[in-house]
Each structure stands twice: as C-alpha cells, then as structure tokens.
Design a protein around this ligand. Structure first.
Ligand code: ADP
Ligand code: MG
Length: 294
C-alpha cells in the first residue's frame, strides 16, 4: 500500500488508523522514517545485525522488520531509500525472509508494508531514481491525500478538533477574521502547520478567542488578501465556492446545530442564517427568528 501526499497531510495518521482500526490492531505497528536514517545504517536498522557484524556491534540486534512481525511496518518517505536498499526491500517482499547483517541465517517474517511518500514516484521510476518493480509492488493500493489548500472546507472542523484537544473544556473559538485568514492561507505545511499555528495561538492568545493577530504573520496576511478579493465582489468566485463548501461541511458535521456551526466558523448567528439562505443549505430547517439583524 502506498500513501502519497505532501508533508503534513496526514499520511502517518491514515496508516495508523488503518492498522489500529483493523483486525491487526493488537499486532505491532512499527514506523520507520526512511528519510532520517543514515544510508549506511538503514540495512542494519531494517534487517538487524549479528554481534560483531561491524565495529560497534557489541551484541546482535533485531531489525525493525522483525519487530513488526505479524503486524504492519510503515515506511515513511520511502522515496528516500537508496536504490541498493530498494533492491533489498523488494527481495524481502518477495521472499518474506530477513537476513541480519553479518548473519548467514534467514528468518521468516510476515509483515504488511505501508509506504508513504511526498514525492511523485510515478515520475521517479521513469527517471530511474526509484525502482519500477518496487513501485508497482507498493502501488497495488494507493491512497493519495490532497493538500489542505485543496480541501479548505476541512479547516474549521480540524480547527475545532485541535482546539478541543489543546484546551479541553475551554471552548476556545476562532474569530471571523482569523477564520477568514485561515481559509485564505495556502498551508504549505498542511494539517501539521494548522495544528502548530493553533498551538501557538492558544499559547499566546487570551485563551477564549483566537484573533488574527494571534496568527503567524504569513497567515494573518492572507486575511488582507481575502479582504481585497471580497471587496472586488466576484460572483461565483473561488472564495464563494470555498465559503459554500465550508459552511456545508461544518453544518453537516454538527448535524444542523446552528449555534455550534456559528461558533466553529467564527460568525454570528445572523450572518450564519444569511449565508445558509444564500447558499440554500439546510433549507428544510425552521426559518430564523430575526433576519433583520444583519
Ligand atoms: N484529519 C486529521 N485529523 C486530525 N489530525 C490530523 C489529520 N490529518 C493530519 N493530522 C495531524 O497532523 C499532523 C501531521 O500528520 P502526519 O500523519 O504526521 O502527516 P504526514 O505523515 O503526511 O507528514 C499530525 O499531528 C496528525 O495527527
Ligand atoms: Mg510523516
């Protein structure tokens, strides 16, 4: 299985969810960051080594593949593996045996491989920097996670989730302008960046409402851009599409609870009613008491 997506889109989260919510939940889940392993150590990390296999190998050590036996091994940034290791991994996948460095005995190991990459392995194998046969072996099932900027309507829901975890029971909210900035920003670091941004805002802010100036400057600036876009009064613009999708997503997430939806979006009840009407969302619900407020 291959999970692809930019950094911070939730690849590891998805791998863990697939493991821990499936029938393998009680079996091991071992995550390996191939990008951070020193190339010369990757083989001994994955396959293990015998005592005396190299200078410093004072006793033998089991490899990560063997630690994951009967469960799942998650190979993060698999595209970073040197070609030579890719060949060894492929052989392992075919033979289901490991031979620790310095040993002449093979051990049967049964693991499910999940690999993640933020690179486009499709072009990499065509260029020859990733082994085609390994690519096809991993790519039997592919999950590709879109960047956050392509699913902006998730932002209020993710924000509510993180705020609840960062400040349990305190009901920290995001102001309308701060939410506008967050919806307009491009999030190159994806969900991880959103999480960090809220962590910082909770630490710096007044612990009740997150305002634009609690956001990092690059994100706060996005609000100004959103303002100028708004002022130009596009019709049927991207911004409108984002707004509609966002309200729809939040509204169905809270099962039509308008008070909660308003809080998550950082807008007043009256504004919410106006927007619901404009986008024809939740039309079967009771009409608002007073629509004249805004
Ligand atoms: N849908 C989501 N809901 C909640 N948290 C998420 C979601 N997607 C990603 N995260 C969080 O964002 C951070 C980055 O996710 P991670 O799986 O490490 O990304 P990747 O492996 O793609 O770099 C983690 O803290 C993860 O828990
Ligand atoms: Mg990761």
């Amino acid at each position: 299985m291959l999970i692809s997506g930019e950094s911070g889109t939730g690849k590891e989260l998805v791998a863990r969810a697939l493991h821990f919510r499936g029938t393998m939940a009680s079996r091991p889940f071992v995550a390996v960051d191939c990008g951070s392993l020193v190339p010369t150590l990757i083989e001994s990390e994955l396959f293990g080594y015998e005592k005396g296999a190299f200078t410093g190998a004072l006793r033998s050590k089991q490899g990560l593949l063997q630690s994951a036996d009967t469960g799942t091994i998650f190979l993060d940034e698999v595209g970073e593996l040197p070609l030579e290791m890719q060949a060894k991994l492929l052989r392992f996948l075919q033979e289901k045996e490991v031979r620790p460095v310095g040993s002449n005995q093979k051990v049967k190991v049964d693991v499910r491989i999940m690999a993640a990459t933020n690179r486009d392995l499709d072009t990499e194998y065509q260029k020859g920097t990733f082994r085609k046969d390994l690519y096809f072996r991993l790519n039997v099932v592919t999950i590709s996670l879109p960047p956050l900027r392509e699913r902006r309507s998730d932002i209020p829901i993710l924000a509510a989730w993180f705020l609840d975890r960062l400040a349990p029971g305190r009901e920290v909210q995001v102001s309308g302008n701060a939410m506008k900035a967050m919806l307009a920003y491009d999030w190159p670091g994806n969900v991880r960046e959103l999480e960090n941004c809220l962590e910082r805002a909770v630490a710096l802010g007044d612990q009740r409402i997150i305002e634009v100036n609690d956001l990092p400057p690059s994100i706060a600036r996005a609000e100004l851009q959103a303002e100028t876009l708004d002022a130009q009064e596009f019709s049927g613009t991207d911004l409108e599409d984002i707004e509609r999708a966002t309200i729809e997503r939040v509204f169905s997430q809270v099962k039509g609870d308008k008070a909660r939806a308003g809080k998550m979006l950082g807008i007043s009840r009256a504004t919410l009613y106006r927007k619901l009407k404009r986008y024809n969302i939740g039309a079967r619900e009771e009409p608002p008491q007073s629509t004249t407020l805004q």
